[in-house]
Unconditional design. Sequence first.
Length: 252
Amino acid sequence: MCAVLRARRWFGTLFEPTSDQLAAIALQPVVYGLIGQHIGQRSCRIHTHVLLAYANPRVRPTFIPGMHWDPAPGDYTSIRSYCDKDDDIYEWGATPSGRKGLQDAWNHFVDTIKAGEVDKDSQFLKNYEGELAHKNIWLVGPTGCGKSRMAHEAFPPEEKCVLIEDADPTMCKFIAHYFKIWCDRYPFIAEKKGGAIAVNASDYNLVVTSQYTIDECFPEERDAEAIRRRFDVFEFKEEDSLSFTWKSVTLD
């Protein structure tokens, strides 16, 4: 049996909240609370993000049926900055000084792993709402066929794009777990020199170039299947010594 997950800080997402629901949030016995609202670019729905910081660790809130909660990542400054998108934010109480820094965020991430909840749907930050294959592209083909050029032209300049070039079985052998996180839709904690940082996978498109297929890079079928679902694969075929064509091989 998994241990019950407890946290002092909970981050929740609610769509098109009622006045009664907002009042219920504001009446929570917290030392600090935050409500931020903005209009989703894709859904055109009101997104309400809520941070509740309790004095002591608590189980996942259930006072609003259907509202999703996760342990809050990052520090208060980064969370507030994320919520204050449309300058529509309400705060009360005071942030507990030094209580939840990046190290605590990492500890909570580890706690969710132990509780077996990492792979569950998470909406504590903005999540990509479309098909993952529309934001992740795997370009496979022989060297010199134009994969890198297509990678740089795949998305308009105003969209963030992460490019992984020349992926091969040796590189991918030890990072299948991370690959599934990088090309998913949910935020994650990434280690960096001297600490950690919260990264939202919904904020970028991921393009991989390789001379190998996904199945060749990830020999474990469970890994390959999960990664195939997340990518639109373009396979470059050699027609002759001078020209190459590509075809989409995305699976339904």
